[in-house]
Design a protein around this ligand. Structure first.
Ligand SMILES: Cc1ncc(COP(=O)(O)O)c(C=O)c1O
Length: 332
């Protein structure tokens, strides 16, 4: 990557790549590896930390004292932003979708613990909420503050760069582990993680397949988002857009929709827990990993391949599952 961008260092290492030996044996398919981006240290970790390393460096460079962002009441992005702001001594205002009736649990409780100011937008329309955030920033400016707004999911050009960098990190780890991954699988929500990996792939002229398992949008919309974020990423890099010809997104594991885990998700969480001692979440990683397991069972991935799943975090979703979903684990 040519342009030198400002970056904060919020976690102190390369996140581990682990071979899931017991799971691989059980499925008798390709070798499955996992990149532990759930272990990015700050505020319980997750993929948003890599995004915030670039986004908040920009905010500090612009001498902002307040960060405004948004997400659902159980947003991992909001929780991590609140935690990182606490660490950096920045004021954090979360303008969350929904309304005050939301229960103070899971990520919302953590937002409070991290000292964020929580406001509810009384809307689920993020375009509208983004406008409200800009209004709030103007209002704070009148009172002598300089606010920096971050879109939902940290889906900005700078955020995307965090995952282009992650792709380079994966290539280094391949060398060290003497293994080659033919595919990288990740959950796709607002699209920035996949967009960043796609930029990394293009920059390195890599032939790896990147497979985004959509957990939020139907395929066409998810693709639109990824393309938009790739374009924003290239803008930040000051480069001309050189899109990969094939961006692969599968929405078959979306089930009934965002944050609604189906039986496959619960089974996948149980399976990873039992065989590898790894916790997946019911909103993102459980769904995406469930898709990967189905691909393996359907023989869509050759047994000679090495596949890498990027674990993007989301732990609080586990404790926040509905009683009905928790019941599944009572009976296994
Ligand atoms: C745990 C977790 N995994 C995956 C994602 C999806 O990442 P992206 O929005 O970059 O597609 C998110 C986004 O909120 C997340 O919180």
């Amino acid at each position: 990557m040519k342009k030198q961008l400002k970056k904060l260092f919020l976690f102190n290492r390369t996140t581990p790549v682990e071979y899931l030996e017991r799971l691989t044996k059980q499925l008798a398919g390709p070798k499955i590896f996992i990149k532990r981006d759930d272990l990015t240290d700050v505020a319980l970790g997750g993929n948003k930390v890599r995004k915030l390393e670039y986004i908040l460096a920009d905010a500090l460079e612009k001498k902002c004292d307040t960060i405004i962002t948004t997400g659902g009441p159980q947003s991992n992005h909001a929780r991590i932003t609140a935690g990182v702001c606490a660490k950096l001594g920045l004021r954090c205002v979360l303008l969350l979708s929904g309304n005050k009736k939301e229960l103070l649990e899971g990520n919302l409780l953590l937002d409070k613990i991290f000292g964020a100011e929580i406001r509810f937008a009384d809307s689920w329309d993020f375009e509208k909420i983004h406008l409200m955030m800009e209004e709030l920033a103007k209002h704070l400016a009148l009172n002598g503050h300089k606010a920096y707004t971050i879109p939902v999911g940290g889906a900005s050009g700078l955020g995307t760069i965090g995952y282009a960098e992650c792709f380079s990190e994966i290539l280094e780890q391949e060398k060290a582990l003497k293994v080659e991954f033919s595919r990288i699988v990740t959950a796709n929500g607002s699209g920035g993680t996949q967009a960043g990996l796609e930029i990394g792939k293009a920059e390195h002229k890599s032939k790896k397949e990147i497979l985004g398992m959509s957990v939020l949008f139907k395929k066409e919309k998810a693709l639109e988002y990824v393309k938009k974020e790739i374009a924003l990423g290239y803008e930040v890099l000051g480069k001309d857009l050189s899109l990969n010809p094939g961006i692969i997104i599968d929405d078959s594991y979306l089930g009934e929709g965002y944050a609604i885990p189906d039986q496959r998700v619960l089974e996948t969480i149980g399976l990873l827990g039992r065989t590898e001692g790894i916790i997946l979440d019911p909103v993102y990683t459980g769904k995406a990993f469930g898709g990967l397991i189905d691909y393996i069972k359907l023989g869509k991935i050759n047994t000679s391949e090495n596949v890498l799943f990027v674990h993007t975090g989301g732990y609080p979703g586990i404790v926040n599952m509905t009683e009905r979903h928790k019941k599944y684990f009572e009976n296994i």
